[in-house]
Design a protein around this ligand. Structure first.
Ligand code: TRP
Length: 331
């Protein structure tokens, strides 16, 4: 049994690309492992400056994961901001972090390059939250002595920084932290968006996971197809077929593809896609709506999660405090 940990920033509404690309793989990976999963609200603070929005987004995200089937008995599920111990470790790690390492972190580096391109001062619009972002993320990971960190490729560098910092600390103070490893899930299929490109909020081509039936129908109607008429053979690897295969059974999908090749019209193909998608999503949508109208239940689950998380965080932090010459935390 290994300890795995990952987190997600509460920056928007869950779409089906998130579900198949992150939620399902997390559930699979958590089987047989000790899993920590949290809502990284303090990492979102740099992007979201409205209190209302940060709070609502965090609540929506928690409701979404629970609706998708996150079992809080199996996954320690909490909000980053409910474990203040992380900021203590953040500070301690800051003191072993070479500034040059932060200069090379990609989010900061990209900002600097853009500023230079625009003829601005290199640090224009850079705040210390952005600059120190990788240290907080390292603290997130090391605070629980996590071994594996499942993330997308864009977070690989951050995980490597966490590993570097763990190593620096261990070298200076003696074995303390487990050296974490990123787990980049390569087998996860790229989920297409409405226009056939990768589904992404930044392309504005997403299908929201829990939208109403009516909106789901409308969104499916926006999926781009070619101009082939009913009766003309279609490519069975088209965007519609790709979506269908995510929601339908293997047999259903084979049959759907066969009929596309035989000339199934786009209009009918979209109606059929709606039926399988809606069948799959309906029970989750119901749960989502339930949690959204019962926020106190979501809150209770998160609070219980944070109690479990803090118990471990405080143990690790006490070990760190001892190593650096600071007294134990009061119980
Ligand atoms: N930085 C990650 C992202 O942007 C979110 C995150 C914060 C995270 N802390 C983490 C991911 C710890 C894995 C482990 O998506």
């Amino acid at each position: 049994m290994d300890r795995i940990l990952t987190a997600i920033k509460p920056t928007g509404i869950m779409h089906i690309g998130n579900y198949f690309g992150a939620v399902k793989p997390l559930f699979q990976m958590s089987e047989g492992n000790e899993t920590f999963f949290f809502i990284a609200d303090y990492h979102a603070l740099n992007f979201i400056k409205s209190a209302e929005e940060l709070k609502n987004n965090s609540q929506m995200l928690a409701a979404a994961y629970l609706a998708c089937g996150l079992d809080p008995e199996k996954i320690i599920f909490f909000r980053q901001s409910d474990v203040p111990e992380v900021f203590e470790l953040n500070w301690i790690l800051s003191n072993i972090t070479p500034k040059g390492l932060m200069n090379r972190a990609h989010a900061y580096k990209a900002m600097v390059e853009q500023n230079i391109e625009n003829g601005l001062d290199k640090d224009s619009n850079v705040n210390m939250g952005l600059y120190n972002y990788p240290i907080l993320m390292a603290a997130d990971i090391l605070l629980y002595n996590s071994k594996y960190v499942p993330v997308g490729l864009d977070q690989k560098q951050h995980c490597e920084i966490a590993r570097d910092l763990a190593q620096y600390f261990n070298n200076r103070y003696g074995e303390t932290f487990v050296l974490p490893e990123p787990k980049i899930e390569e087998s996860v299929a790229v989920i297409p968006g409405l226009d056939g490109r990768k589904m992404s909020k930044s392309y504005n081509n997403t299908i929201q996971m829990f939208c109403s039936e009516k909106d789901l129908q409308k969104t499916i109607n926006r999926i781009v197809t070619d101009s082939r008429l009913p009766g003309e053979p279609k490519n069975d690897d088209c965007t519609l077929a790709q979506f269908y295969s995510l929601f339908g059974t293997k047999e259903q999908t084979e049959d759907y593809k066969k009929r596309l090749r035989e000339g199934l019209g786009w209009g009918d193909a979209k109606k059929e896609l709606f039926v399988v998608m809606n069948e799959y999503i309906s029970p989750m949508r119901e749960k989502y709506n339930y949690y959204m109208s019962n926020p106190q239940e979501v809150e209770k689950i998160l609070q219980e999660g944070s109690i479990k998380a803090r118990r471990i965080a405080r143990k690790v932090l006490n070990k760190v405090r001892k190593k650096i010459g600071v007294c134990k935390l009061a119980d």
